[in-house]
Structure formats: structure tokens, C-alpha cells
Ligand binder design. Sequence first.
Ligand code: IMP
Length: 437
Amino acid sequence: MSRDKQGELITVTGPVFGDEGKAKIVDWLAWNNPTVAAVARYQGGDNAGHTVVVGRQEYRFHYVPSGILAAQQKKLMCVLGRGMVVSLPRLFAEIQQLAQLGVEVNPSNLLISQGIHLTLPYHMALERARESGGARKDTTKKAISQTYGFAHLYQGVRAGDIVGDVRRVSQLIDEPLAWANAILTEVYGELRISKQEVMSEIEDHRRRLSPFLHNEIKFLNTCLDKGSSVICEGAQGGMLDVDLGIYPYTTASNTWPAAIQHGCGLDPRRITRQIYVVKAYLTRVGQGPLVSEIPDDDERGKIIRERGHEYGTTTGRPRRVGWFDQIIGRFGRAISPPTELAITKADVLSGLDLRVCVDYKMGGVILSIFPTSMITLQACQPIYQDFTGWDEDITGASCWDDLPSQCQNYLKKAPSCYGAPITMVGTGPERNQIILV
Ligand code: IMP
């Protein structure tokens, strides 16, 4: 099949610390692009919290791709790719909660990769034990790193493994369970997890899971080959990538667009639109350096947090707030330059004088490149450029020309570090509060 005829492959990712409002952009594209046949997640798990607001109704997704609302009306398949990790009780609880809101999720609109790794009770016990044993306390407590960790030790259990012969499943969990129990009891002095507990969780869900399972690689590539478009929805953000982010203050998966390759079997060279969703300021949940963090005695940080509802969708924790950081932007541009930008939450900044972090300095030295060493990063100080803000409420703006000139100036200059045009500006939480540029 000639690649000239392929459909669009659109990635929607965040290059910073997540929580940029990717879901709203994915939902918009799924509704408005007539050729979209699939919306796929390819990494992470329910550590993600994706929100779409339609009128007074707020839909929160943790596993299910944000394209599911469009899938209620048009023929479109949502996909969970093999780069994800999934706890079946939590996935089916989410499906049930969505059903209560009138969103039907079933095998006709959700495809789950046979290769997805499952989060099981011993992963959860290890995550709890690590935390109470003094390890980092800022994870979302979903055992994301435990599940990926066991997968890398060749001790994972994948969705396709549990739908066949139950004796085989039982054998499959013997080694990881023994391993987990040794750590739980010897290292942390915790109680063992019984095999019965693990098997009954599997038994409770495996029949229900079976009709959802397919080969997502074949499905997604066929969509593209036939001229239909595919949207890949990222979770977390580039600076939380386990290899390219600020390790160890990262999540356990690869979050940049190229992760679609091992996350759902799509060749990154087929990407036609690489959209970075970038918030007009910075937030971060959890620990780790945040060079442009707004200090506690600057009221603007609190105003932004309250106005922007900067509390974790998954954990409810207050997010740390910082000024837009061009060093991080230049890092993203170097790793994987976007073709376009969607800027979100500019409306939150109305009435504030603004700053943009344009460089870092350490001692007297200006660093023009994002430092990958944690020690260097912790010693960095921000260098700011000040921007005059705007007083107008921009939540009702419907085109670029409706935006005040100071807002236009800020939006042109702050994200210029990404070297890509802005094609969308979010002006409020609602689905239709979006300006196409
Ligand atoms: P984990 O992914 O639960 O292991 O958490 C590791 C780190 O990533 C923690 O600091 C979390 O707060 C952060 N994190 C995980 N998922 C998200 C997300 O969707 N948005 C923002 N931060 C996240």
C-alpha cells in the first residue's frame, strides 16, 4: 500500500509535566476530523486523568481514550495499546461509571491489545509497601512502575495470557508471585499475597475481557493503509518520560510521540501531525525540580492554581505552579519537533503580570540547554523576561483577533521556543471554548 494514500496519523502529546488539557484537543479532533477511525492510547495507565467538559457535564477518563464521546455518535474505535498497563477491576469500574453517565463502552468501540500488561494484587501490595517503607510518596499509587518493572523482568502477565487455559495462567503467576512475596516479607516485613487472591481477580474479569481483545497493531495500520486517520493520545508529559524526563522524578513509561511504535505498533515516520498541547504556564504534581516554580509569597501562583483548578484529576493533590519555561520547550523541540501547538488555559492568566523563564543559570553561567543531570538541575536558577498581562476576560473569544494585543504578544513569544505554529488556543474548560488559528 502506497504511503501517499495513507490517512493522517496525528499524535497529541504534552512536552512538559502532563495535565495540559490534551483530552479536550483529542475530543475536538475526534469530532471534527471526518476521516478519524481510531483514537489510541499507547502508554501509561490510570495514572492519567483526562477531562472533557460538555456543558455542565464533566467526563473523566483514566484508561478509556478521550475519543470515546465521539465514538457514541460516529463509527470510531478507541484502542488501548500494548504499551499501556491495566488493572482490570479499575478498567471495568471506569466503564461502569461512564455507563452511568450515558457513555456506552463495549467491544464495538473499545479494542484492547492482547499484549497489554496487567496490574495484579501483588503489584499493588508492593507499591504500598515501598511507600510505607520510605520510598517516594508522590506516585499516583496505581502500581504503574511495579507493573512495567515486572514486565521488564519477563515476569509480566498480559491480557491475552489470561483468557485461555486457566491452568496455564496459574503457572504463569507462580514466579512473579513468589518474587513479589519474597520482597514483601523479607524487605518490607509485610504479609504475603495469596495465590487465591490473584486468581480470583483474574477469574472475575477474564470472560468479560475476552471480546475486547484484538491485535491493535494490525487494526491501526490497516486503518491508515485504507486512508482513515488515527489519533494517538499521549498521557503524562515529556518531562515525566522514564528515559528523557527528570529521572527519578518521572513515571515509568515513554511519553514522547515516538513511543507509539512500541506502544501500539505504529511507525513514527508515518506521523503527519505532531501536536504538542502546551499550557500557557507550568504545573507539576509530585516531587522533583521545577526551576520556574512561583514562590509561596507570590500571590499569582495561588491565583493561577485556584482559577485553573490545578488539582490532580487522579489524586486530588494541589499542583505546583510555575512560569512558562522556554528551556524545557527548547528541549522538546530538540528531541522531537512538533508540527503545531495547541495552547491551553491562556484564560487563566487574565489580570496578571506575567513572566517567562528564558534561560537557566548556575553560578554565573547561563545554560542554554536543559541539563539532564539532577545535581545541575537542582542548582539552577531561572532567568525571567517580564510580560505585561491583559485585564480582559478571554473566555468568550472566538477568533485570534478577539484576543487582547498583550495576550497575542504573550502567545506569540512564550511558546516560540517550540518553533512551530499555534493552530489552536483553548480559552476555557468547555469543549467549544477553542480558537482555531
Ligand atoms: P506514577 O506514574 O503513578 O508512578 O507517578 C510517578 C510521577 O508521575 C508522580 O510524580 C506523579 O504525580 C506523576 N504523574 C503520573 N501520571 C501523571 C499525569 O497524568 N499527570 C501529571 N503527573 C503524573
